[in-house]
Design a protein around this ligand. Sequence first.
Ligand SMILES: NC(=O)c1ccc[n+]([C@@H]2O[C@H](COP(=O)([O-])OP(=O)(O)OC[C@H]3O[C@@H](n4cnc5c(N)ncnc54)[C@H](OP(=O)(O)O)[C@@H]3O)[C@@H](O)[C@H]2O)c1
Length: 293
Amino acid sequence: MKIFIVGSTGMVGRECKEVLEQDHEMICPGKDEVDVISWDVVIENLAEVAPDVIINCAGFTDMKACETEDFAVRKINVEGPRNLAQASARFGCKMVHLSCGHVFDGKKGMPQPYFEDDTPNPLSAYGKSKLESEIAVRSNSPNYIIIRSICLYGINGKNLVKSILAQAVRKKKEVLRIPEDQFGAPTWSYRLALQIKTLLEKGGRGTYHLSAGGYCSRFEFAKYLLDRLNIKTPVEPCKLKDLDDPFVMPVNCLLENRLSKKHGLNVMVDWKEDLDRFLDKFGKELIKEARRA
Ligand SMILES: NC(=O)c1ccc[n+]([C@@H]2O[C@H](COP(=O)([O-])OP(=O)(O)OC[C@H]3O[C@@H](n4cnc5c(N)ncnc54)[C@H](OP(=O)(O)O)[C@@H]3O)[C@@H](O)[C@H]2O)c1
């Protein structure tokens, strides 16, 4: 397949590029070459490249800034996907779009997960923009895959693993407080890229929940991560409300990969299994990076 990715410098985009380029022809323009908010630029590039698939890994992903940067968020998270979806219809190619579990309000009782057909009700500006992006893709592209994932981490870009490590390294003996009342399945961006490859190669269509198996609280995750890397910074549980974030976080972020399992396409594994693999491979590099942060 000839695959055109936007957002290939980000955490998910880089993994997708590296995983897919093993078997497919990749075209990976930077933001300076293809800014998704420009319809003319999108159309011009896609007319020239004529890909089989467009993957949209571009996004305004800073949840805090989303609360105040309404104009930019709408442009990048809603108008960008709409442009790409309309272009996919015009050129007859498939569109893969990244959405997020934050389209749900997280009020389901634990440990009940969210299914693909549950009713969204986002709480944050980021979650609202992702829901609008889904609507833009569904209503404009006749052949799409929408992926809702959550709590992604990886070696590229900013993410939860890196921010916990940076705080832990900075605090040393001071106590690190992490919420015990938010739950999800931390998911390795590399595994997500493998899952996207499988869906593309097996002809997947529609809206998929794709997160790691099992679940934990954010506190359990941080504790496991620091113990595993032998970092001695003390960690104590706190509540989400103690964080003083400007946005509302869903409490229950559990996603059930029902559609991919139903079709025998699920390649996601338990969150601890992948976190162990990730830390075996990148643990030393992550600690060095945290010390420099
Ligand atoms: N991170 C998570 O936990 C998570 C969870 C679920 C879903 N998602 C979704 O997955 C997608 C990728 O997330 P990520 O964490 O990989 O994001 P990221 O690391 O912040 O990367 C975002 C990418 O978008 C590019 N970009 C921004 N504005 C653009 C524009 N106007 N035109 C073209 N490219 C633009 C950035 O380019 P520059 O680097 O040049 O700025 C970067 O390559 C997003 O849609 C996000 O909502 C993320």
